[in-house]
Design a protein around this ligand. Structure first.
Ligand code: SF4
Length: 374
């Protein structure tokens, strides 16, 4: 295993590129890959394309040429996260426990921060696995019987904008029977390296579609890539009025924009829910202090460790503010053109809940974060 340098220069991160190459050339392995939402609006920059240009179709084509057997979009499991987190949010509201808000759990850097610096909060961090880990579990379950039939082992790879996802994949909670649900995480810039290494002319590639049966996802799943996206997706799920007008109104609640701290109010029945959205751990710390001192109250708080969310993750090509803005625009454009806007309208969700997840939702999609299992 070799080491790669984090683009921020802050840390040296482990690279699994050699392991991935090895698996790709091993006939006894079925190599399955998922690609996170934020990757599509940044990877093209390394090939001279504009920041924010959605190159997901080209990424799929490149991954196929690299030899990956099945290619999926993490937006699918972001839809699963929305389904589960919305349920948890409603349950929390019904419980009447107003000590702390429900904190999101998609960002592993935030989860570790909460566990180490604020053990008192861990009970209030959502028990939902991150979209990457949910998909990792679903992929391993899906290919379990086929692996026996084909005498193969499924290797699950995730292309992420993030270096913290490598540590997340290695956590004990995400290993079942000593096998990790996500075997290897490679960053956006590591994928660029692979593409360049075998000389794929990325810009010349025609767009290709992801594979069945996990090929459907909603715009709500795609917006996970930017700060406020998880919140907007959850609001789309929990509001009763599913009209186009309300969908549009949600955009203007204050969930969008790259500010490090955003606050919005959501009328729900007789209640007005208060929602906080923070990106950057410094901003999270300030918000926690305000909550603990009683200065602020929130029902739901989304935390992303990277300023602006995953679009500016440490595994992405290095970016300045203008690129970040363009990447965010690219994410919202992808949502705009998606036919399915809400996670619950994704037909794949129903198929999963009626099939693999039946009676196993908690076992497969949730995790318990405690202060002693960092
Ligand atoms: Fe990773 Fe940053 Fe996204 Fe958190 S916000 S999941 S650290 S890329």
């Amino acid at each position: 295993q070799c080491a790669a340098v984090c683009p921020t220069g802050a840390i040296i991160v482990k690279s699994n590129l050699k392991d991935v190459w090895k698996a790709l050339y091993d006939d006894s392995k079925r190599v399955v890959v998922q690609v996170a939402p934020a990757v599509r609006v940044a990877l093209g920059e390394e090939f001279g394309l504009s920041a924010g240009e959605n190159v997901m179709g080209k990424i799929v084509a490149a991954l196929r040429r690299l030899g990956f057997d099945e290619i999926y979009d993490t937006s699918v499991s972001a839809d699963l996260t929305v389904m589960e987190e919305s349920k948890e949010f409603v349950k929390k509201l019904e419980s009447g426990d107003t000590t702390y808000p429900l904190f999101t759990s998609c960002c592993p850097a935030w989860v570790s921060y909460a566990q180490t610096k604020h053990p008192e909060l861990t009970k209030y961090v959502s028990s939902c696995k991150s979209p990457m880990e949910m998909f990792g579990t679903v992929i391993k379950e899906h290919f379990k019987s086929r692996d026996i039939m084909d005498n193969k082992t499924t290797i699950s790879v995730a292309v992420m904008p993030c270096t913290a996802k490598k540590a997340e994949a290695a956590r004990e909670e995400f290993t079942r029977n000593d096998i990790p649900d996500v075997d290897y995480v490679i960053t956006t810039t590591e994928l660029v390296k692979m593409i360049k290494e075998i000389g794929i002319q990325f810009n010349e590639l025609e767009s290709e579609a992801t594979d069945m049966p996990f090929s459907l996802y909603s715009g709500a799943g795609v917006i996970f890539g930017v700060t406020g996206g998880v919140t907007e997706a959850v609001i789309r799920r929990v509001v009763e009025d599913k009209s186009q007008q309300v969908l549009k109104e949600i955009e203007f609640l204050g969930v969008r924009g790259l500010e490090g701290v955003k606050v919005c109010e959501l009328p729900m029945g007789e209640l007005t829910l208060k929602i906080g959205i923070v990106s950057g751990l410094g901003n999270a710390e300030k918000l926690i202090k305000k909550i603990e001192s009683g200065e602020e109250y929130f029902d739901f708080v989304e935390v992303m460790a990277c300023p602006g969310g995953c679009i500016s993750g440490a595994g992405q090509p290095f970016s300045h503010q203008p690129e970040k803005l363009d990447r965010a625009k690219g994410i919202y454009k992808a949502d705009k053109v998606s036919q399915i806007k809400r996670s619950e309208e994704n037909p794949l969700m129903m198929a999963l809940y009626d099939g693999m997840l039946k009676h196993r939702t908690h076992e497969l999609l949730h995790v318990e974060y405690r202060s002693d299992n960092v």
